[in-house]
Design a protein around this ligand. Sequence first.
Ligand code: FMN
Length: 196
Amino acid sequence: MMSLMKHLIIYAHPNPKSFNHALMETICTVYRAHGHSVTVRDLYAGKFQSVLMPSDFEAMAKGRIPEDILREQELIRASDCLTFVYPIWWAGQPAILKGYIDRVMLKGFAYDFTDKGVVGLLKGKKVAIINTTGSPESLYHENGMTKSMNQTSEQGIFGFCGMDVVAHRYFGAVPSVSQEQRQVMLAEVSKLVEKF
Ligand SMILES: Cc1cc2nc3c(=O)[nH]c(=O)nc-3n(C[C@H](O)[C@H](O)[C@H](O)COP(=O)(O)O)c2cc1C
């Protein structure tokens, strides 16, 4: 029997009617149907302050971590699996999510420097990344963009923090596909995440 997990979904899309929102809700439903606990961080709805500011550096220089960052770190610490749901914007994360990573994944929480080099401090946590693109999947596969984006996110961010990337799925050509194709994508994401 599968053990029950604590899931944290980190979702970044401004439009509650978007396909990304449908992906997030589908994933949430699957996790709950399997009895897992789920917390959703909807970064736009929560108006997450996503710019790493001079005041953040000033607080940290005095040994204080701002309250809103501590809250997010606590949620990550308490979870077994993080699922990121976001559209690809300019070949990467939407700024609000990039800013969440800048502000939350801090040294001493997500990674640290030791005699042996950098160590990830979030070992043991799983990460699933669900993305959508305007470009067709085949184009980004052929021109190397998928590989580049995999490296920056899987290795440059989550792997750096010691996390284990268990899935990274891109759904392509989302703005131009039919409703039926979107239903197929939602069915595919359900199947993908039901094992987490
Ligand atoms: C600011 C912005 C930047 C974008 N950059 C890219 C890009 O670099 N590559 C790409 O394939 N699509 C890009 N797109 C298209 C989105 O990825 C696409 O519209 C989205 O994944 C569709 O999902 P949605 O309907 O949930 O928004 C961009 C869209 C916006 C608004």
